[in-house]
Design a protein around this ligand. Structure first.
Ligand code: CO
Length: 182
């Protein structure tokens, strides 16, 4: 394959693009294949374990992940729907590529049952547990416009206050530069 992959930049907090719910994929075409491949490329290049389309500025219901970091374990879930969340809640320190430097304990049910489509349009139903289930739930949040900062405890908000303020300041600077090109 010599096709060129789209190169995606990360959308960082507090960009309002991250707050817009994503729209379902309706055509399972080459564009979708390229999008998924480009997202996986971005995720790996940024040392992430998961990435949702809104994080590269796209309002599309696609998430990619590789919870093990092993070659060959890349997964793409199109139009995922969480059918069930069950099992004991566990707490784990999560990070997010849209929140560099921010880490927060998030409680989530251990188990989830997900209906999704593969890039070729085949429908699947699969159950996930442990870390993989957590990654899916985190990335699924992105498709709904829900962010790590919404899941944080008040204590974690205080602990991450300066990093969050810094992200806001850097976003405002970027906006200013974009609005008044030199
Ligand atoms: Co995230």
């Amino acid at each position: 394959m010599t096709e060129e992959l789209p190169e995606y930049d990360l959308t960082l907090y507090p960009d309002p693009l991250l707050r817009k719910p994503a729209e379902p994929v309706t055509s399972f075409d080459e564009g979708l294949t390229a999008l998924a491949a480009g997202m996986l490329e971005r995720m790996h290049a940024s040392n992430g374990v998961g990435l949702a389309a809104p994080q590269v500025g796209l309002r599309t219901r696609v998430l990619v992940m590789n919870p093990t970091g092993e070659e060959g374990d890349d997964r793409v879930l199109v139009n995922p729907e969480i059918l069930e969340r069950t099992g004991a809640e566990t707490s784990y320190e999560e990070g997010c590529l849209s929140f560099p430097g921010v880490y927060a304990e998030v409680r989530r049910p251990d188990h989830c049952k997900v209906r999704f489509f593969s890039v070729d349009g085949e429908e699947h139903e699969e159950e996930f547990t442990g870390f993989t289930s957590r990654v899916i739930q985190h990335e699924f949040d992105h498709l709904e416009g829900v962010l790590l900062v919404d899941r944080m405890s008040p204590a974690d908000k205080v602990r991450n206050k300066h990093v969050l303020q810094d992200l806001v300041a850097r976003y405002q600077e970027r906006r200013k530069r974009e609005e008044s090109p030199a």
